[in-house]
Design a protein. Sequence first.
Lengths: 521, 669
Amino acid sequence: MMLTVLIVVAAILAAALTRGGLTRRAPAAMIPIALWALATQPRVPWPGTPPVELRSNASLADIETALSASTRGAVIVVEGDGVHPDFLPLLGERTVRWEASNRHLGLAALTWPRRVVVGEPVRVSGRVDVADSIPVQLTSPDGVVDSTWTDSLFTFVVVPRAVGRWQMQLAVNGETTHLGIQVVPPPRLRVLVIAGRPDFEVPALVRRLVAQDADVSVRTQMTRDRRRTERLGLTPVDVRISGEVLDSLDLVVLAAGGQATLAASEQQLLAAAVASGLGLLHIVDATLTAGLLTPFPLRQSGAEWTGRLVLDDAIWPGAVRVAPLLGPDTLAFVRDSAGRALAWRTTRGRGTIAATAFSQAHRLPLAGHAETEAAWWSELLGPVLRAPSGRWVVRDDALVRRDEPLMIQWLGNPPAAITVQEGLHASPSRLGASSDTSPRSLQVWPTDTGWMSVAADRDTLDLFVSPASALSGVSAAHRREAMRVVAAEPSGQLPTGRVPFPRLVGWLLLVAAVTVAWRPR
Amino acid sequence: MPVDRPLAAARITALAQRWTFLRLVAWTVAAGCLAVASWLVSGNLPISLAAAVLVAIGAWSTAHRRPITPLTVARHLDRVAPELEESAALLLEPVDNGDPLRRMQRRRADAALGSMASVPVITAPATRFALITSFACLVAATLFTMLPAPAPATSRATTPTAPGESAAPLELGAIIVQWTPPSYLGRTARTTAPSNVTVEEGSVVQWQVDAPRASRVRIVDLLGDTLVAVQRDGHWMATATISNTRVWRAEALDDADSIVRSEAYRLSVIPDRPPVIAIIAPPGRTEMEWTEPHRVVLRAVVSDDYAIGSTTLLATVAAGRGEGVRFRERRLSLEHESTTRSGEMVMSAMIDLDALEVAPGDEVYLAVEASDRKAPAPQVARSETVFLALRDTLDPVSSDFGGIAIDIEPEFFRSQRQIILDTEALLADVRAGRVREPLPRAMDIGYDQYLLRVRYGEIAGQEDEVNGADPSATVTEADLMHQHDTEDNATLLAASVKATLQSALAAMWEAEKQLRTGHPAEALPHEYRALVSLEQIRQAQRAYVKRIGFEPPAIDVGRTRLTKQATDVAPLDRRPADQREAPGDALHAALRSIDAVPTAAYAPTLEAAARQLAAQAVDDATGQHLETLGALRRMLDGDRSPGTLERIRSGLLSALPAPSRPIVPQAPR
């Protein structure tokens, strides 16, 4: 607005101060106006320019050909479900009109983890866009078939039984799609358990960890000056707390008054290790007061409820006797079947501190709930463990199809070398640039269907590449979503704002107009 | 020239003989054709001979019913030769026989016969039918033998592709399984193809294997046992008595030790289970007043998977008190009341308690025993025990004691009742005015109470206070004080019994105090309280006896919760991870090997997986593991087709034990 006023004032001044009659005043006044008009050219096509049509799911070559053949200012008409989201930046600032399709997509969304640990439940969720209910069936490699009828959402849960490549078949209304999952062995954990006294819960935890081939050491304070240590695993953990030892651990558990056995220096070392990524779990049996290792106190209070972990209330009616003073960074992450919080966690630096007031998990197998006990330790310890350094991450909703770009991320320090292997063909690759804090990305472009692998220094990611025609409904839904952002208006056009006019340019235009007007004859 | 009459008759006779011979030849040809056809189809000589004999019988029957005689020929000539003018029979008559007209006609017939160059042969329909049919059979049998031989329907033999093998490979033909159920089941023997055979426990199973070129045949149980077959009547036979489910396959070997295996099959066994008995009346424990009718109806449902042999009602009467508890056991008969639709027998018995000679306070334990008809020894099952308790005249209080034996003399217990009787008599006398000064008698009763209390005190571990005690001595305050000793801890009584005994002692003490101070009426409630406590101890003693000799009542879940055996808790395995043996290791190894490059090195791995699968297949009613076993065998024989690999992969995955949920680091938050 100010800029417009300035331009108008400049034009009036130029006209008023110009000597020589209308023949000189009018051009002088028109100069800034014309420059202003040129600088703020609206994004509207030149009359008579033919539009450029892009068919649905146009390839990169199609887009580049169409753009190069069209004149600047031509309207880009995108038909159907739109183009690939990664290709949209190619359209630049062209005017885009989207003639959206309203056809039913069938399978419109599908998410499943691309990598799990053997025994870890896999949740395959999806959404169908149909007029009426259709059958959906998931067949696992072990012959287990799960099916349902749905007209909106569906979810299947399967548990891979063996390490390797787990290839499932999803049939949606008779159309079959292969879903691949890389099943990896459980990580070898290193855990130190510090207990203030002998306790039933500690052996239950240790048994669970050792069954997963973890290296576990238990330090139990027996009397004031006596400790009992127990070391299990191939490379047992040293029970003496030092910075080096703590850096080698994934988790430290303070159970049965274990925190009280720590010297002040040990607590400081532990806090520093947490800040650098170590996980710390308190299993408390009394009110937990705030301190160096307990950033959030626990006391009796109310809490919000959502069901997650199915536990038998009759086994431990007094389990939920504490609830958190929820801070802004504290999260109740394990709840019982009634939604009552059983464990809370917060982050400190790169590590996590968690606490639970429930110390009766060892009773679960005795009451016939062995699976619940396994779920309890998995839910409790999983988010607390030190995050592995250097690994590939793929979004659960990523589409891995032939001749289509795929973005995967690397968490951790950049690897020295990356090899992408498709069949017998291997090719080197490298990560894209990134700041130090955000994950680095790698764009892979599968050229063949089947399994491919992306290997870095310490991690190899196996991906199943579907044919280009697979999951077409999901792809169309992704393109529609992206097109809705680009063509936010119902008419399907890009925002048609004007180019901002720089103040300096306006001033220079004014000076130029005055100079022309007062040019000596 | 006319034919001479004897000559014409001779010609007709010759025709009859020749045609008889031709018919014999025709029947012989028919018999030969049928015999050859039968041999081609069956390959069995007796069957072929039987067919020939059948045709011979037909020939004989035809010859017997329709013999070819000169007269038959003459009639045939009359039919086929009109020029004979129906007079061929005249040619067989004597020359000088007949009137002139007959002679003239005979000459005309002679002339006609003499002019005939040939005579059409007589044909019988039966002969024509036999010839055509037998010839058709021969043609059909010849075509049948020219068809390709069908594969054996009962077994799919797999032949190893050993190099340098002879042109006639070792083959495994049809396999037939015949089993004879145990005789007590009264079922007949059955024969079937080897797949999905289910036999009764104890059946005698006979395998019949056709392997003509084999030198040895064996039936291999995939869990380890091997049954060697013997050759009999051209078949390989093996017999075994089966008592549990097996997974087996047949193997044929030749002299060069080449081996051919059949598919793996499951031989399921239906176990003969013992009878199942449920007492539906009376309930688990019934307490009866002595005044109630002494008749109780017991009703039980007895069932068995095959048949019930016999049923018996066991009635045990527990009588007496203290250590004098005696048991009498009676065996009573049960009557068959009805049979339910599902075949269960409802048995009942009217129990006359008087016939059992019960007394107040006695208990009767009832249980039903049933046996089936299994041979050689029947299986006997026994029901749970139901209790009938007849209340004593003194209402016993139910006890919570958990089975503790105490060593108490019975007379001790009887004394407390006597003290009560004495006290009640004293009070009655006082009320009736017969006693004006009750103190001396009350003091005497109090002394008896004192003695009884001391005796119980000994049991409970208290000090002996009897030393020199004089009933007439003045009662001091110390005499009325409780002895807070701890010696009772030295006894072996349970805490609950001890507490009850202490309660009885305290009641005795109060009663003694009231008696010795001349207040028998106030003493009476305490005396009763002491008696009730002692009754409770007696009931505890009875409970102990029951638990030794009889089934206890249902477990009190409230007291035993969370104390069951921890079957879901695996013991802590302190061995390093690389030294542990996890279930399914062989299957995991096989899964890895089938994805490897084709090599013969995976054979031991697959063999190990097959053994583990076979062990699991025994309990797999779906037969899925059997299919995987077959696919594994095909792969070991060199079949690496994608379908086979996929079948193996799927089967091995489904056979893997469900993995425990892992502890996994989560994605960064």
